[in-house]
Each structure stands twice: as structure tokens, then as C-alpha cells.
Design a protein around this ligand. Structure first.
Ligand code: 13P
Length: 254
């Protein structure tokens, strides 16, 4: 079945890759994906490699994303990075509310929505992440958790802003564990997310927003996951760190 929404597959490099390593990876991806037209391919290196990667992909079909951003436009916020600084490197996307940041930096839904609104103000598309823990799933609270993360993290969005947002469903128990959600489990939650978008926004918005799946995506499971009707791409961690595995994920998804 041909999907109306264009697949978007993004590599979240997390805290990996020096500048030299980042360049090796992205040069290889450029070669492998030179003829790619069907999918939006995005790489999200650490801040320190943004400039080098940005230059390297100028003449390619790969787009650039960042892994975090401040909710403030500038000022006395030691260690933070503002939207305008990302724009200097033609950053198009920014991952916000990743479960690692929710867990280790104690990021709240409110903070995530503020960051996302700051990204929209700078015409950077946020990739807003949601996902339940194993304990939450096993106690039957998946929908309740995802619903409240969506409501909080998307608070204050206009319909136009929502349409320019990418969502990522990343079950915490599937991240870095080698245990991906089954295609059926992913589809179930993605359908719930789309239904929630109907409630929070409207039908037209819900139909247009792309929802990625993330959590142990690899070349061998990408096709089946991406073929689910409400799965519109992937947010890839470990398997995005190598040329072969990331390009195979993309090729297998087409
Ligand atoms: P893995 O693909 O390593 O499970 O990580 C997923 C993720 O957290 C992407 O943001």
C-alpha cells in the first residue's frame, strides 16, 4: 500500500562520533544514498560535528538534525544551544524530549513544548519523542502515558505548527535493548497517537503528521515496521552509527 505520508528516517547519533568519525560516516552515507528519492534521510550528529557534517552534505539529499535545543533565544544559559546557532549550520530538524533526556535531564512535557515552540519560531522542525517504560506497559498504562506526554509536549501548538512537527514513538524498553516493538505493537500505539492528534487538533492534521518508530530498528526489521499503515519512518540509534546498517535500513524501507 502506498502511503500518503513520505517516510522520514533519522539517525540519532547520541553522544558518539568525533568530527573525523562523523565525516567518515556521512561521506559513506552520501555514496550509498546518492540516488535516494523516496525517503527523507536525516542525520543528527552531536553539536560539535554539526558544522563539518553540514558542509559535507551540502550537495546531497541528506538533511541535518540536532539532538537538543534550548527553549531560550539566547543569554545567560551556560552550556545551552539556541535555535539561531543551529540555523547557522542549516539544521532542519531537532530531536526534543528523547527518553534519555526525560530520564537523565529530568525534562518535563512543559519544557519540551517550550523548546518545540522555540524551534517552530526558528523554522526548525521538532521531532518530539514519546514512549512508555516497560513497567508502564506491563501495568496497562501505555495509552494513558503516551496521551499525557502528547498533550503536554504539544501544548500551545497551532495546527500549522503541528503539521510541521514529526513525532517519534520510542518505547523506552526497546531503546538500545535489541528488543524492538513488534510491528503490531508499534502500529497499535501509532494508531492511538494519530487518534490523539484528531482529538487535540483535527482530522486533517492527524492525517498529515509523520510518526516515526524508534527502538532497536535494524536492517532486518525495518521493512516490516515501516510497512505498518501508521508508521511513517524511524528514529534509529545504534544502527545509525554505521554506513552499512543505516543505509540498509533506508533501502529496505522503500
Ligand atoms: P536504538 O536504535 O539504539 O535502540 O535507539 C533508539 C533511539 O533512542 C533513537 O532515538
Amino acid at each position: 500500500m502506498q502511503k500518503q505520508r513520505r517516510l522520514i528516517i533519522a539517525g540519532n547519533w547520541k553522544m558518539n562520533k568525533t568530527v573525523a568519525e562523523a565525516l567518515d560516516l556521512v561521506q559513506g552515507l552520501k555514496r550509498e544514498l546518492a540516488s535516494l528519492k523516496e525517503v527523507d534521510a536525516v542525520v543528527c550528529p552531536p553539536f560539535t560535528a554539526l558544522e563539518a557534517v553540514s558542509k559535507a552534505i551540502l550537495d546531497s539529499n541528506i538533511r541535518l538534525g540536532a539532538q537538543n535545543m534550548s527553549e531560550h533565544a539566547g543569554g545567560a544559559y551556560t552550556g545551552e544551544i539556541a535555535a539561531a546557532m543551529l540555523k547557522e549550520f542549516s539544521v532542519r530538524y531537532v530531536i526534543l524530549g528523547h527518553s534519555e533526556r526525560r530520564q537523565y535531564q529530568k525534562e518535563s512535557d512543559l519544557l519540551i513544548s517550550r523548546k518545540a515552540l522555540a524551534a517552530h519560531a526558528a523554522a526548525i522542525k521538532p521531532i518530539v519523542c514519546v514512549g512508555e517504560t516497560l513497567e508502564e506497559r506491563e501495568s496497562g498504562r501505555t495509552e494513558k502515558i503516551i496521551g499525557s506526554q502528547l498533550e503536554g509536549s504539544l501544548a500551545g501548538f497551532s495546527k500549522e505548527q503541528m503539521q510541521e512537527t514529526v513525532l517519534a514513538y520510542e518505547p523506552v524498553w526497546a531503546i538500545g535493548t535489541g528488543r524492538n516493538a513488534t510491528p503490531q505493537q508499534a502500529q497499535e500505539v501509532h494508531a492511538f497517537i494519530r487518534q490523539t492528534l484528531v482529538t487535540l487538533f483535527d482530522d486533517a492534521v492527524a492525517k498529515r503528521v509523520r510518526v516515526q518508530y524508534g527502538g532497536s530498528v535494524k536492517a532486518s526489521n525495518a521493512r516490516e515496521l515501516m510497512s505498518q499503515p501508521d508508521v511513517d519512518g524511524a528514529l534509529v540509534g545504534g544502527a545509525a552509527l554505521e554506513i552499512r546498517s543505516f543505509s540498509d535500513i533506508i533501502k529496505n524501507s522503500i
